[in-house]
Write a protein that binds this ligand. Sequence first.
Ligand SMILES: *Cc1c(COP(=O)(O)O)cnc(C)c1O
Length: 285
Amino acid sequence: RLAHLGLAARFPISSVVAESLRQRGLGAGASHRVRRLHRGHDDLELALAEVVGMPRALLFSAGYLANLAIVSVLASRSSDVFADRLNHASLNDAMLLSRARCRRYAHCDLTALESLLARSMAADKIVVTDAVFSMDGNIAPLPGIAQLCERYGAWLVIDDAHGFGVLGASGGGALSHFGLDSPHIAYVGTLGKAAGAAGAFVAGSEQLVELLIQRARTYIYTTASPPHLAAGVLKSIEIMRSEPWRRQRLAALAERLYGKLKLRKWCLLASQTAIQPLIVGENSE
Ligand SMILES: *Cc1c(COP(=O)(O)O)cnc(C)c1O
């Protein structure tokens, strides 16, 4: 229910959703590529691109599908994909589906990543990483990773499922948190966490989004998310941007947990985000 910012069950959002349902009915009725008839999806894509500071954004029905899309569109059989060892399962599946050569580097280890990039002979190189790791709550060293990508001519795919809405001054996520901007970054944000709903988007350059519309199989061959969902998410993005106290409260709650929880045997890992891992130990514990 909490979904990071307390937006999952809020009144102004539920009434916007109800109104959209009344006006437009339940389903999108077709795949994303066909349903371009629904203005609500376009309005949401514009708002998402603006909040993360990218030229354009494209909606998907789930983060899992967005990750499959971006990795398989950028990578092919002859590419090398480099992935953090603790990446989310959907990025791992995306990597396998792309049929590229997959190399995993030690968690957040820039030296290990650089030596893999330096040895790669592939024409297309793609680095994929979570921005906020969903098990440990730590943030990837994105400025360093982006620099390496620049140096070795690699694409950088960032999965910011837990940073979107939470990091950055207006909830813009990991890119605005670090002030990163590059035409070779593909940013994936999900709408089921801080935004409190469901769905996801990929943000990037105009050309990248066009490529996704033409090639991404999880965009073309699946039903678009319902229009009332887009209407509800648009409202929650508005609240997310205009009410910074929600982010401050989340940070304060995490700090309170860290400071006040008295543990004898188990331990809480240091984490700068709302994901607070409690290490219990063996299964029997
Ligand atoms: C939740 C999550 C996803 C999947 O997003 P869905 O919209 O639930 O499919 C992808 N990546 C990370 C890091 C996540 O935490």
